[in-house]
Design a protein around this ligand. Sequence first.
Ligand code: SF4
Ligand code: SF4
Length: 133
Amino acid sequence: MKIPAKVFSEVITHLFKKPATTAYPFEKAKLFPNYRGRIDFDSPKCIGCQICVRVCPAKAIEIPLSAHQPPAAAPAEGQPAAAAKKKFDCIMKLDHCVFCAQCVESCPKKALLMTQDFELASVNRKELRRHYK
Ligand code: SF4
Ligand code: SF4
């Protein structure tokens, strides 16, 4: 069988070109700086306003009151006792999240952060429900 010259030259060209694909997972994946991966939660910053819950198009996030509330600080002498700041948890359903970052952009306290963690696949659905405390 005769190989047409055009095909032959194409083969030769591609022999010396850099590959278009990478050897992931054998090599670490190269991510863009603004890559949107798993959402992380910084509990001390959260004020429980629920804006993130309302803006999430996938109903992937819940912000319940934490089961472990900080104890109220002792009042200063002659001062009324100040209420302790409430603590909130975050439940993130990774099997619902579409990584749109709407919650991160809407949070007034920057309590939600976008990470570059993308290796989230699991055969156990329970593992896709992350409870950040
Ligand atoms: S990234 Fe988008 S889909 Fe995921 S929890 Fe935030 S708002 Fe919802
Ligand atoms: S994470 Fe941000 S937007 Fe969501 S409840 Fe807490 S403070 Fe409000």
